[in-house]
Design a protein around this ligand. Sequence first.
Ligand code: FE
Ligand code: FE
Length: 324
Amino acid sequence: MTVRTPLEADWDRAPNLLDGAQRLTLTARQCDLAYWLSAVAQGTLRGRARRGHAAATPEYMREPGPLREALVLELGNRSIAEARAVRVLSHYVAAAPGIAELEFFTTQVVDEARHSMIFRGHLPELGVPADGLVAWIEEQGADYTERVLDPIAEFATSVVRDEGDFIGAVAVFTIVVEGVLAPAAELSERKWALLDPAAGEIAHGASIDEIRHLAVGSDIVREHLRRHPKYRPHLIDLIRRGRRLWDELPVEEFVMHREELFQDGMHAHADLLRDYEVFPGRKLLETTAKERYDLAERWTDDMAEVRLPYMGVPEAVELIRTAR
Ligand code: FE
Ligand code: FE
């Protein structure tokens, strides 16, 4: 007998990240260890456990040039970020108030470790030497690690470990970290789908996991606020602190550098991309680096407008809003 994979974890039927994260409700109790073992390990990951994709990478992606460099940078930095998330979220496992949260964060830790492995694993498929890969990635991403990842990881860790605020830490991770990164992940899937189907699939798989992380994180915060309304001012303050920190980080500098490389690189493949729309009505070839960056920011706002009221903090929408 085969058990059907639930819609949100099904490779072919899952909603895209933006729709899924806005519309789906999932709880930690629902997404327990048994759910993960069947829906994810034996569902989403079927046939894609090691590489995160089942597609071939075109030969031109191995040729030196801006397109390859854009993807190599993206995968390297995301691989470091995911590994850092594993270390941060391990504190969430340690601080989990109950078994439902303990099991869920255990699965999220595995998800992020797997993302790190898969992003890293695609680099040799792009011709980066497998020998010394991790050291090479760390070296390439040293600046990004120090200026972006370290501050945000230290903030999330201090909330859960030093302040002992599990719910606040879940909110920080869900709203500030994943909430802001999710649109970039969605954009990545749409950008690479045709140019490098393997990278497109890798992003797709990570997005399916992300829907779950965002939905469950939101639900944990929502349930806590419902039961402890007095927690609200503290939460708002924490979101404000998280947002302020995020605004100080030079994220744009790193993302725009990659978008500009992508911009230079994609035009060599104008034939392939001729009719391809990055979203309905907008051809990828006609977009600029800045337009794509702004698009991801707008998606961040769209998501916040749905998820924050769902959590019970509609007033935080204004704090998170990026476009003014
Ligand atoms: Fe991840
Ligand atoms: Fe995640």
